[in-house]
Design a protein around this ligand. Sequence first.
Ligand code: ARG
Length: 466
Amino acid sequence: EHLALWGGRFTSGPSPELAALSKSTQFDWRLADDDIAGSRAHARALGRAGLLTPDELTRMESALDELQRRVDSGAFAPIEDDEDEATALERGLIDIAGDELGGKLRAGRSRNDQIACLIRMWLRRHSRVIARLLLALASALIEQSLAAGRTVMPGRTHMQHAQPVLLAHQLMAHVWPLLRDVERFADWDKRIDASPYGSGALAGNTLGLEPVAVARELGFTNVTANSIDGTASRDLVAEFAFIAAMTGVDISRLSEEIIIWNTQEFAFVRLDDAYSTGSSIMPQKKNPDIAELARGKSGRLIGDLTGLLATLKGLPTAYARDLQEDKEAVFDQVDTLEVLLPAFTGMVATMQFDHDRLEAEAPTGFALATDIAEWLVKNGVPFRHAHELSGACVKLAEGRGQELWDLTDDDFATVFKDFLSADIAPKVREVLSTEGSVSARNGKGGTSPLRVREQIAAAKASVESL
Ligand code: ARG
């Protein structure tokens, strides 16, 4: 039966070694439903072109219905000899409709345009599933931000205490990249909204088939403008792979933060038991495995992208069998994200912050030094000097093992003496609170409670519109 697809000019079937290498049903069988949908649309195109009689078309459609039922129930599945999902389905169709009718469906199409169309259909559907999962994660982060209220935490750059920020602001910083990932999928969808069906092997078809109706039936607005591009390009598959990899990286960065916050030394956050794991040897352990798996799987998502790009790099432009390698990369990404995101969202939704600890840590490490400098600027001191004077306060406090607010009125008066009078200088205390520090950062996009409330409302609106 190896001869079924291309027997004419061959005297033997493929060697077992070739068959083993060539075979793809173990991963492409998941395209079977889309293939049958494509076959239905193609049969109708053959009917319109007069290549199937109305009676043949009716019989073909019921044979395809029966094939779908058998695929659904598992009564029909690929066997060892089937090269790919298309080969298997043709065998299944012929079993049902007979050689005469079943053998007609292949006219005017090639597995090249077929497979290029199927991967688009499959990816579009799953991109929507992933987008919904991402929106659920974004919503969980938004809920956590609302619950965080006005709690202040240490904001860090270089992992060092930098300036106090609202916990909500820090959490919301992870929402925006996720929303952009969702937007990227929506934008990508516009580009992939074209069907290659009708492109044939590379050059189009001679049978007068009109691909527009086929495209519409398969959910596409357009037909690819060039049959070579339609069958041979995979940039859109690679673009999907990039968005999936970027999503993985965005989640990995949040994971890293959660893992650090969850250490004994930080103790900013506690993970729910249902979303943590224990140790088989150390009874006290409670581990952030979901975050670690997310961080680990981001490497795998990147690998899928780079592997695919490497496959495409040297290919001359029309179909080559290398292109069969496009599928496992994106299938793996989709499987990875579809299992990872629900667990990750559960962890995020149930994690609990230690507000007292966050508040207590927020001003430490001289995190209010910028506030001193900016207070001096408001009192007429040029920033270059203000920066130096604030630095002098830090140096003084650090030398005594104190924090900035432990400095005395005399200390401030002495440090600021070249610029401010002794009665004004101690008023710097007004900005030596985390509350004052965050409230003062009230330009658009800043960490003041007012701006963060605005930000959360904007993100919510965005989630609803996406
Ligand atoms: N299974 C192939 C793929 O996934 C499609 C078959 C094309 N084969 C061929 N000889 N042109 O890309």
